[in-house]
Design a protein around this ligand. Structure first.
Ligand code: MIC
Ligand code: SF4
Length: 754
């Protein structure tokens, strides 16, 4: 039986009446995305039609998921909300804090010792507040959600940007910061600007070496890292129906990389098969009763150009395998062009490592297709030229692929099997030699490849591709190997060609697992004690941020003018810093250390205007804070791209930054800033970015009139006394201004005023 089946049945019971009402109000056939949005309004039955891309709307998500690295801060905040139990089904997953080094058994033991305090904290908070807890080693949050909790037509939020993975099962699943999760866990509504809709019509059928991953690698290439901002991507067409459910998950997962709010697919047979194989025939039975509500109205897919804000068409029969990177997931290169591209750009051709795993591509199908390539190499007597590592997505997958001989196949090539966890994808990888900083290439099946992300080395060129291509490239040891046209030499010197991958969508003998790693919460958690040691360097209880004093911010110093790409990895790096995710003071020491200072092109070196000396960004911020001086951060486009981690907003808040003024924001980060009581502003005139100088002092001239839709006026006073008046736009509505005034959204909840 599925978890929370009563909740799912209730969603379906309301579906028809709500969607029918919405169709009447909107006055035309509806997309799947609209059906899910309108059937999850906080007000229940819809009473009006909303403007896409304009109206802020209150929603009632069905469930919440948190992972260990973000759950610490989310739950520390939830503890302040004064509730005895979470209001909707919620789970916590331990997956980010396990380092990949030797292999699963040892690595997991090490993590359990090193992060014991954090895991114990998460387990006891979960137990107390009615939250399902998935222990370290159980798997990666998004695979576990897909295997256990996602359901067609549902809406969920999760404190991780790849929550969107559950779109593979026809959900609207959205990544958020911890403070948003706290709202929903506390029984409040969750606010989102009603998204725009991008339709992707998939014609033809995947074949040969092409995999679902290539669909999203192509979409990323077309839309770029910010092309999906504020939009839901809805996939449909014969190509969508012929694809596995986990393959759909891969596509939705990487929708985070184009900034999309989420992505989804209509309910179909692949989802029925997957639900049944994962022990949820009851969900199939319930969904089948409302099946037409779990996909778009027929007219929409017949004439998509009339219903979507933007339409993309991809013919799967012609789609080539793609290899995206380096340093950004939207730089797509079809495999046939890699030889010329790599040579033209000087990318290191030798592949040092091939890594298969992450929440994007760690399903049974992924593992079995990649293993089919490894199998051939072994049969042909080819020694792999690169090292190989895999992270299965969940214990259920690991157990089943072990039973089915897939792990044994990988091991024949010396593959390291790491824990069922994020591992190298989030810099939890003790890669030998990485500290030397040598220029090198790795290929992986993950979703992100920002500089330093996997191994901390800024010279590692990481390329994202499908698991089967990772296998082929790692075996050949060359980035420009094209398995469709090129041959390899085996150990006898014979030329060999790899045949296209094959594999099973789902295990023929069904999934199996001995201990999935789940801990159900206490029925009554009131007596459970949650202890946080005051001397801990990993966990720190939160003190509320100060409310606004009602005055204009004046005399603020420019802390940094960040140049170019500034992702959440640049603002609050993961890897070794993940250990401080529950300790705001300690983790603040990584604030913006990866961002490039526009004035000296260096990372983590900014001018302290009080001394004239250059120092690390957190140190300078602390110096201003100690002197009672506010500071301001300036940035470029798509600032805060990537992760949902609210640390990227809480750290500057904690260190006295009052405003972040950029050319444009990534959605989750902008909301995170608002929630923490910061000013997230955008240049009304982008060219004004160039007017910002290193020694600037900033005065707000009309913050006292802060109101929805009204730009703010900032005065930048330069070192020579000259001034520039810069207009800043914002997207705060009335309620969000309330968060700023109160000091944070949480302050309002805690005061019982939200
Ligand atoms: C990521 O992939 O960057 C992460 C680590 O999963 C983050 C969450 C985090 O920073 O904890 C995400 O994608 O939201
Ligand atoms: Fe974990 Fe990587 Fe997925 Fe983030 S993208 S949840 S770090 S596997």
């Amino acid at each position: 039986m599925a978890f929370d089946i009563e909740m799912i049945e209730k969603v379906y019971a309301n579906m028809a009446s709500r969607v029918d009402k919405a169709r009447e109000l909107v006055g035309r056939p509806l997309t799947l995305s609209e059906k899910i949005l309108y059937s999850h309004l906080w007000e229940g039955t819809p009473s009006k039609a909303f403007n896409r891309g304009k109206d802020y709307v209150d929603f009632a998500p069905d469930r919440v998921a948190c992972q260990d690295a973000t759950a610490q801060m989310a739950l520390l905040q939830f503890m302040h909300a004064g509730k005895s139990k979470v209001a909707v089904p919620t789970t916590v997953h331990c997956d980010h804090l396990i380092q990949a080094k030797v292999g699963a058994a040892t690595d997991l033991q090490v993590a359990n010792t090193q992060s014991k305090e954090v895991f114990d904290f998460l387990s006891s908070v979960s137990n107390k507040y009615g939250i399902g807890f998935w222990k370290p080693g159980s798997g990666i949050i998004h695979q576990i959600v897909l295997e256990n909790y996602a359901f067609p037509g549902g809406m969920m939020i999760g404190t991780d940007s790849h929550t969107v993975n559950a779109g593979g099962l026809g959900m609207l699943a959205i990544g958020v910061g911890g403070a948003d999760a706290v709202d929903v866990m506390s029984g409040m509504s969750w606010e989102l600007k009603f998204p725009k809709l991008i339709g992707v019509k998939l014609t033809g059928k995947l074949n040969g070496w092409t995999a679902p991953k290539d669909v999203i690698l192509k979409v990323a290439d077309i839309l770029t890292v910010k092309g999906g901002t504020g939009a839901i991507v809805e996939y449909f067409g014969e190509g969508a129906e012929s694809m596995s459910c986990t393959g759909k998950g891969t596509i939705c997962n990487m929708g985070a990389e184009i900034g999309a709010t989420t992505s989804t697919f209509g309910y179909d047979d692949s989802m029925r098969r997957y639900l049944a194989a994962t022990g949820r025939q009851d969900v199939v039975n319930a969904a089948d009763k409302v099946a037409s509500y779990l996909t778009a109205d027929a007219e929409v897919y017949a004439n998509p150009e009339q219903y979507f804000d933007q339409l993309i068409e991809i013919n799967l029969s012609e789609l080539e395998p793609h290899i995206n990177g380096p340093f950004t997931p939207d730089r797509g290169t079809p495999v046939s062009k890699m030889k010329t591209e790599a040579a033209a750009n000087g990318w290191p051709l030798k592949v040092e490592w091939g890594l298969i795993g992450s929440c994007t591509n760690s399903s049974y199908e992924d593992m079995s297709r990649a293993a089919s390539i490894v199998e051939q190499a072994v049969a042909h007597g080819i020694t792999p030229k690169a090292e190989f590592g895999i992270n299965p997505g969940s214990e259920q997958i690991r157990y089943t692929i072990e039973r089915d001989g897939i792990i044994a196949t990988f091991e024949k090539m010396g593959t390291k099997v790491f824990t069922n966890a994020c591992g190298p994808c989030i810099g939890q990888w003790d890669r030998e030699g990485a500290s030397k900083g040598e220029k090198n290439t790795i290929v992986h099946s993950f979703n992100r490849n920002f500089s330093k992300r996997a191994d901390g080395n800024p010279n590692t060129h990481a390329f994202v591709t499908s698991p089967e291509m990772v296998a082929a490239l790692a075996i050949s040891g060359r980035l420009d190997f094209n398995p469709i046209t090129d041959t390899l030499l085996n150990d006898k010197g014979e030329e060999v060609r790899l045949m296209p991958p094959h594999g099973d969508e789902l295990p023929k003998r069904g999934f199996d697992v001995e201990d999935a790693g789940f801990q159900a919460p206490a029925a009554d958690g009131s007596s459970v004690q949650v202890v946080v040691s005051p001397t801990s360097d990993r966990l720190q209880l939160l003190a509320p941020f100060q409310a606004w004093d009602g005055k204009n911010i004046t005399g603020a110093k420019l802390l940094i003018k960040a140049f170019g790409k500034c992702t959440t990895d640049h603002i609050s790096m993961a890897g070794p810093w993940l250990r401080f995710r529950g300790h705001l003071d300690n983790i603040s020491n990584n604030m913006l250390i990866g961002a490039e200072n526009a004035f000296n092109q260096k990372a983590n070196s900014v001018k302290n205007q009080l001394t004239g000396e250059y120092a690390e960004v957190p140190a300078v911020a602390r110096a201003y804070k100690a002197a009672g001086i506010s500071s301001v951060v300036v940035g470029d486009h798509n600032y805060g791209e990537g992760s949902s981690r609210e640390h990227a907003a809480m750290e500057p808040r904690f260190l006295g930054v009052k405003a972040v003024l950029v050319k444009s924001f990534a959605r989750i980060h902008e909301t995170n800033l608002k929630k923490q009581g910061m000013l997230g502003l955008t240049f009304a005139n982008e060219a004004d970015y160039d007017k910002i100088q290193e020694d600037d002092t900033i005065n707000f001239l009309d913050l006292t009139e802060f109101a929805p839709g009204k730009p703010l006026t900032l005065e930048f006073v330069h070192a020579d006394g000259s001034k520039d008046i810069i207009m800043a736009n914002h997207t705060y509505n009335e309620g969000q201004i309330g968060w700023f005034v109160a000091g944070s959204a949480l302050n309002l909840i805690a005061a019982g005023k939200a």
